[in-house]
Design a protein around this ligand. Structure first.
Ligand SMILES: C[S@@+](CC[C@H](N)C(=O)[O-])C[C@H]1O[C@@H](n2cnc3c(N)ncnc32)[C@H](O)[C@@H]1O
Length: 282
């Protein structure tokens, strides 16, 4: 079972189409998810001088923001299982002028770092894809110094998530989403209140905190482009969206764009995003 889910996650995040889409949208995505990054930074208690491990770094956020916050006396190690994503991250960090950051291909389940190497570990929109969450969280705890904090941001449920609801609702009303079991890697895995906290507790963390938040998410272009970006980067949702026939898909897409348009002010399409923010201490 674990092998099957690992293969699925690796396939999703190492596909050439995934890498190309994430490279293309990175600059605007960084703007859209700035509040999400701020929530993560806050939960991790990031300060100048800290040694931070960012896991599942994708194309470079939040690692680039973290590198600026920890400053010259601190250091960020950006990791991802997908080497091509990490290469984009490196390009983006270089373009942003970061000098206190290094990059290492790494699976969160087998971190190539000694015990107690980091003051903080951050994971933005990555923990939902761990195929053995208890194992990955135990690894994260192992590499934290005593008292160090691990912080996570995951997608919130459709009830709080206007962004995901607007994008997928028109499809869901035509045909329900396939079942998404709570113990299987999928975007909404930790949307249920307390589910990520329970995993943190199982992995031995203390001082566990979890809250649901609704955050601004200003996409700096009209709604049509936001839809395209949602489709391109929401890789695990693509098989569901693509399973509709062309006419139905187009009708649902048009409805999703109409939903997004309600949040368009002529410059930004700011559809609020619901997230779960959780943290725990070694
Ligand atoms: C939705 S993207 C998030 C990227 C970035 N953190 C962000 O917020 O923009 C999910 C990332 O998790 C990575 N990932 C999934 N499973 C992983 C694992 N077991 N270890 C490390 N990275 C993983 C994927 O390769 C992908 O880059």
């Amino acid at each position: 079972m674990e092998t099957q889910f690992k293969a699925m996650v690796v396939d999703e995040w190492t596909a050439n189409s995934t890498t190309a889409a994430w490279r293309k949208w990175h600059p605007k995505f960084a703007v859209q998810l700035a509040a999400m990054t701020a929530a993560l930074v806050d939960a991790a208690g990031i300060k100048p001088g800290m040694r931070v491990l960012d896991i599942a770094s994708g194309t470079g956020e939040p690692a680039i923001t973290l590198s600026k916050l920890v400053g010259a006396s601190g250091h960020v190690t950006a990791t991802d299982l997908a080497a091509d994503m990490l290469a984009i991250s490196e390009d983006n960090a270089r373009a942003a002028g970061c000098t206190n950051i290094d990059f290492r291909q790494a699976d969160a389940h087998e971190l190539p770092f000694p015990d107690r190497s980091f003051d903080a570990v951050t994971v933005r929109l990555g923990a939902m894809y761990f195929w053995d969450c208890t194992k990955a969280l135990a690894e994260i705890r192992r590499v934290l110094r005593q008292g160090g904090v691990a912080a996570f941001v995951c997608w919130g449920g459709l009830d709080t998530n206007r962004y995901v609801l607007s994008a997928l609702g028109p499809f869901v009303k035509r045909r329900e989403l396939p079942p998404m079991p709570a113990d299987v890697p999928q975007p909404l895995r930790f949307a249920t209140k307390g589910s990520l906290s329970a995993e943190l507790e199982r992995a031995g963390f203390s001082a566990i905190a979890e809250e649901s938040r609704v955050l601004p998410a200003p996409w700096p272009r009209p709604p049509e482009e936001l839809w395209q970006q949602f489709y391109d980067v929401a890789v695990p949702m693509q098989p569901y969206i693509d399973s509709f026939d062309a006419a139905t898909r187009e009708a649902a897409r048009a409805e999703a764009i109409a939903e997004f348009r309600q949040c368009y002010d002529g410059t930004f399409t700011d559809v609020p995003i619901g997230v779960v923010v959780a943290s725990g201490r070694r």
